[in-house]
Design a protein around this ligand. Sequence first.
Ligand SMILES: [Zn+2]
Length: 313
Amino acid sequence: MIHTIAIPTPFMVGRVNTYLVEDDPLTLVDTGPNSGKALDELEQAIAALGHRVEDLGLIIVTHQHIDHMGLVDILARRSGAEVAAIASLGPWLAEYSLRMNEEDEFAEALMKRHGVSDETCMALRAVSAAFRGWGAPSTVTRLLDDGEVLALRDRKLSVHHRPGHSPTDTVFYDAERREMLGGDHLIGHISSNPLITKAEPRALIAYLDSLRKTAEMDVDVVWPGHGDPVRDHRDLIESRFRMHERRAAKIRRVLEDGPRTAHEIATGMWGNLAVTQAYLTLSEVLGHLDLLRDRGEVVEDDDGPVSRFAVAG
Ligand SMILES: [Zn+2]
């Protein structure tokens, strides 16, 4: 039996879903962020289901984002549970602060290259530093490979790497029950932002490839990282493809009026959003520019300190 436990986060996305899988070992999929409130609610929910944190034997992490992994270390220490994640997530979680610093530096260089002001870059740095404590380093004791099977007593979960939303996104698929623990790979009520990272600079392209693979799988229900279960994954994936096509077409039309930086395109489409959204919207625009460039419809002029994009030909 899979139980959904929605844990509060301080982020715009709202609550994050963790899942308690009643099996042997007792398994928790994702943990919520590193906060007293999150831990309290998680403990109470586990108790309401007749278990204790100390009974956990396995913690599975779906990806590197802090709303999903902040409590891993605390829970693993208290329970002695094994911590399982895709192999590339192991070093990332072990060196959490260092990796986040590297990501921040990468993001800042990318933002400057694409026309975001120094002021916004500095503000975003401060935001990132303020959020840092909601995540925490932790030790992955079981490194998983793409395609491997994680066997519990009553359930087999096959491991599938689905990079895009983050470079470490992983889904866990129970073929017998046609169920998938999906993390943030596929969410019903919002489209998962393919955030550009050092490890996955072509995030949207990677994400669309990952969605194509998931569409080929027979799934009755996806248990997502946020919101309600997804019961029509193929329709949802189709609608995501259409949305990204529309967005790419819109960006192409914007460029027909003349060359633009990616940041100018972003502010043209979404206005001057809160600084916290600057990297998100830049990632969106650059992702679609990757699509358009791959099709030969758009070219990048990266001669100067700031890149400009133009319609090809
Ligand atoms: Zn996420």
